[in-house]
Ligand binder design. Structure first.
Ligand code: NAD
Ligand code: TYD
Length: 356
């Protein structure tokens, strides 16, 4: 059996494929456009593995996707491919519309054509799992209940609006055409192979390089943090037993204000890689201009997936962040390869002279 995973040279998709191939005997076809966020170094351990087939291409390329589906006859598609960074969506929203909305629709159409042509048994067993975000639900106040699957969609950034649109398309392809879909909406992931434009890897990297640790606004924005391996196990479980057409919220039960996350990383680095001058990495914390329209709080109620499918995260924030800091300290070569000229140009554009 084979599954098609899109966007699997990225952070979560890469972790998913590594875990999948370690646990299953199925083949993975990995379709990834290799944007700035795609990095085959993450999958270098699979170079000689015949069960990993990498194809560089766009989810929106109907001809290519149609050919891949006809050739490899996957029993499932897991769609990670997306433009994923809120700050980049503020600078340039159209790439987000192109991949996250138009690309997802094209992928759904390619899938529908393939699925319609399947024999009865593989058609009944087929699944299309769409990976989405809690950001589609908008922002919470401190007093609000965490997001449930029944919350209204209120996306606030071009990124979250494009993901919300893709979720609606997936839902519509189920209700209109009967496509057997599943959707997961998860909170902020962290862990190995995370591109260092996002908060946690950025802070680890900047800290050890002696650079400023940029905190947007007052640093009191709250996110729920989910260790990436827990997210991967949730997706495997939903793929295996999720009810068709349903959405499942996936969270870590780990709500933290950004400043607390950054101080926790500093404390771990003080312990694992003390500064030469004996001072704490917290000295490098620098408050910078806030993100426009910055969502104040995200929180996930992951009761449905726990009750229906028996899934719970294995890591607490304390155990997961320790593993993550340790992983970055021992994988600096991976980081150095990722931090290309394009990455440096982004840092200059986003932080300018505020962070030097
Ligand atoms: P990422 O940016 O690290 O990886 C995205 C991957 O998709 C990259 O390898 C990129 O090359 C590829 N890609 C982009 N456009 C493509 C296209 N048109 N065709 C084929 N491949 C394309 O993202 P991530 O953090 O791994 O996120 C994966 C998915 O999970 C996304 O859909 C994202 O919205 C969702 N998600 C992420 C988080 C998080 O905290 N990272 C949280 C919730 C949901
Ligand atoms: P990020 O990792 O970009 O994820 P998202 O915006 O999807 O939640 O940011 C996590 C939080 O950290 C978010 O509230 C923005 C904040 N942040 C900073 O304070 N400084 C930074 O340099 C970055 C990248 C993010």
């Amino acid at each position: 059996m084979t599954i098609l995973v899109t966007g699997a040279a990225g952070f979560i998709g890469g972790n998913f494929v590594l875990d999948w191939l370690a646990a299953h005997d199925e083949t993975v076809v990995n379709l990834d456009k290799l944007t700035y966020a795609g990095n085959l170094d993450t999958l270098s351990s699979l170079a000689d593995n015949p069960r990993h087939i990498f194809v560089r291409g766009d989810i929106g390329d109907r001809e290519l996707v149609g050919r891949l589906l006809a050739t490899y006859q996957p029993r499932a598609i897991v769609n990670f491919a997306a433009e994923s960074h809120v700050d980049r969506s503020i600078h340039g929203p159209m790439d987000f519309i192109q991949t996250n909305v138009v690309g997802t629709c094209n992928l759904l159409e390619s899938t529908r054509e393939y699925w319609n042509g399947l024999a009865e048994a593989p058609k009944a067993a087929f699944r299309f799992l769409h990976v989405s975000t809690d950001e589609v639900y908008g922002s919470l106040t401190p007093a609000d209940e965490p997001f449930r699957e029944t919350n209204r969609y209120e996306p606030n950034s071009p990124y979250s609006a494009s993901k919300a649109a893709s979720d609606h398309m997936v839902r519509a392809w189920h209700h209109t055409y009967g496509l057997p879909v599943l959707t997961t909406n998860c909170s902020n992931n962290y862990g190995p192979y995370h591109f260092p434009e996002k908060l946690i890897p950025l802070v680890i990297l900047n800290a050890v390089k002696g650079k400023a640790l940029p905190i947007y606004g007052d640093g009191m924005q709250v996110r729920d943090w989910l260790y990436v391996k827990d997210h991967c196990s949730a997706i495997r479980r939903v793929l295996e037993a999720g009810r068709l057409g349903e959405t499942y919220n996936v969270g870590g039960w780990n709500e933290k204000p950004n400043i607390e996350v950054v101080k926790t990383i500093c404390a771990l680095l003080d312990e694992m890689r003390p500064r030469d001058d004996g001072k704490s990495y917290t000295d490098q914390i620098t408050y910078v201009t806030d993100r426009p329209g910055h969502d104040r709080r995200y929180a996930i109620d992951a009761t449905k997936i726990e009750k229906e499918l028996g899934w719970k995260p294995a890591e607490t924030f304390e155990t997961g962040i320790r593993k993550t800091v340790s992983w970055y300290l021992t994988h600096m070569a991976w980081v150095e390869n990722v931090v290309s000229g394009g990455y440096r140009a982004w840092v200059e554009k986003q932080y300018g002279s505020e962070v030097v």
